[in-house]
Design a protein around this ligand. Sequence first.
Ligand code: FAD
Length: 433
Amino acid sequence: MDNKNKTQVIVVGAGPAGISAAITVAKAGKEVILIERGNFSGSKNMFGGAIYTQPTKEIFPDFETSAPLERNNIKHNYTILTEDESTSITYRDNTEHSNSYTVIRSKFDRWMSEEAKKAGVILVTQTVVRELIVENKKVVGVKTELEDYYADIVILADGVNSLLAKQIGLRKDFDPKDVALGIKEVIKIGKDKINERFNLKDNEGCITEIFGYPMLGQLGLGFMYTNKDTITLGLGITLSELISHKIKPYELLDKLKEHKTIAPLIEDGELIEYSAHLIPEGGYKKVPKLYDNGVMIVGDSASLVNNLHWEGTNLAMLSGKFAGETAIFSLDKNDFSKKTLSLYKKKLDKSFIMKDLKSYKDLMPIMHKQSKSFLDYYLRKINKFFKMFTETNSISKRNNFHKFIFETITERNIFELLKDGLHIIKLLWGILK
Ligand SMILES: Cc1cc2nc3c(=O)[nH]c(=O)nc-3n(C[C@H](O)[C@H](O)[C@H](O)COP(=O)(O)OP(=O)(O)OC[C@H]3O[C@@H](n4cnc5c(N)ncnc54)[C@H](O)[C@@H]3O)c2cc1C
């Protein structure tokens, strides 16, 4: 870097997206500065959560032997809660395969940033980028509280709020429908109790997705992850729901903790952490313009999240990698125009990232319209079905089945049932076509 603080690439934000972009650039022998506002990478970051093995290996091939991992998630549990009932379905993988690991972000992001430093990334912490420097319609650097830094290319990986992308008009303010608030508690239970309660061995983990109560009819989901000796329990709910129903998110979490299906799993636990963070949920239709002269945006700042599958870090890491590769290409060409940086968008379009977001493009609009049916009526019906199926009384099974089917159809207007059916076909068509 010369005395004008000029480097080849600046990356703003040292989360999974920014670190992946920076490490990709550094490994090609280019100069890169990674600027993070927190005391260290991960100090400001939270998630559910699990990172995914295959995408993580693309950036950190040996992470399974060196990163601070909690548990290897061999169990996926899907639970439907209503006030007094629950139905669960569990998938368990008993092979050696590992699809995902739970991690604690303050440890994992810090580890990723140390790996980036080893690859040659210059990490600057405790520094907030206030503004982008734009000259002749090209982003040429960043302003921090202390000094200005200049670069051929700036990559914005500053997360869901990305004030910087807004400053240069790449993004608009969020509509409350397109962003969820995630809140969670980390509860210390102890390794042995976790193994016992979730039927696991030492390094095995379980992910639980919770549908319904206490958010029946509202656009929200609960989640539970097992760490080494703690459990993460939380929920995500769309901001528009919180605003229109005047809901207090921590009251929802308290209700979830008290549900008779959940309470025994966290019994005698000690609350050691409470945190909240926004999640971009707009999907494909809300992905902003991803590049301009001298600049690209990656990860959450570009709204790259697949909320149904709780996928965010993988999209963040791989979008960071694609932006890093594009930066290398444009540095070799000595051309930082938006035409050259459009390669980043092409890489995203060719990858599973845009393909998946496109497949699910109708999910959120449909859920906003039909949350009362898909996240209340049918969930109740599933629990009622199992109640009917398991109950032994002096009524013939045939009559019980008939009664259940009759009630399912008559309690809901026939037009509503048809509308629900059409929405399901539309969703499946979008995913499978
Ligand atoms: C409750 C919850 C549960 C989730 N569960 C999962 C899960 O289980 N699995 C999964 O894959 N994803 C999950 N996600 C999503 C996932 O956390 C995100 O998609 C992912 O962290 C995005 O990475 P990122 O690098 O784009 O942004 P972030 O991780 O948000 O990182 C942005 C970084 O930029 C820094 N920064 C911001 N502004 C500035 C600035 N002006 N100057 C300098 N630094 C700045 C921040 O401090 C931060 O370090 C979850 C999210 C939430 C909220």
